[in-house]
Ligand binder design. Structure first.
Ligand code: FES
Length: 198
């Protein structure tokens, strides 16, 4: 199928079959904020920071741009008062996990999010799954996975695999939006190979 037109933020842009709204916007140079998206990974749609408004055949709704398919004639708005409010709330929830993460703070500034709005969470993890998915999909190593469920869900390195795979890789560290992943790995290493403190 050939390329087709759609409208993003009032501009006519062109997308190709199979593209998501995020990809179509990116091709047109229109930035949409993301936290759980990575171009090498399957779309995941968990953080919802990429929420945009789409309008088709007279109906409008809020969708995650990273998983929503671009369609011919679709009208997309990436920045409205409502969208900004949603992103602000999402960021405030994530800042409860990682109040000092530079990437989150930069986004918080852009959307006027208050890092102290919600009580701090014990876990740094915001469940973006980037480390888990990258390790599985790109590296095929499965050295890090999710443990627990619901509000207790977080990531954990699997010591036996991590000891073998992670030392020479560590490609997931810079992917973590909370910048705490490296700390989690160091912790696992410390447990597995305790060093004498003398
Ligand atoms: Fe789309 Fe996270 S980037 S849901």
């Amino acid at each position: 199928m050939s390329d087709f037109p759609l409208q993003i933020d009032g501009r006519e842009v062109t997308a190709s079959a199979g593209m998501t709204v995020l990809e179509a916007a990116g091709r047109a140079g229109i930035a949409i904020p993301t936290l759980c998206h990575h171009e090498k990974l399957e779309p995941y749609g968990s953080c919802r920071l990429c929420t945009v408004e789409v309008e088709s055949r007279g109906w409008s709704k809020l969708v995650a741009a990273c998983v929503y398919p671009a369609e011919q004639g679709l009208v997309v708005r990436t920045r409205t008062e409502k969208i900004d409010r949603i992103r602000k709330l999402i960021l405030e929830l994530y800042l409860a996990h990682a109040p000092d993460a530079a990437g989150l703070r930069a986004l918080a500034e852009e959307y006027g999010a208050d890092r102290d709005r919600f009580e701090k969470e014990a876990s740094f993890c915001i469940h973006c799954g980037l480390c888990v998915r990258y390790c599985a999909e790109v590296k095929g190593a499965n050295a890090v996975g999710f443990i627990d469920r619901g509000t207790r869900k977080e990531i954990s390195f699997i010591p036996e695999i991590a000891a073998r795979e992670c030392w020479d890789c560590r490609e997931c560290f810079p992917l973590c939006p909370t910048e705490a992943l490296q700390g989690a790995y160091v912790f696992v290493e410390a447990l597995r190979f305790p060093r004498s403190t003398e």
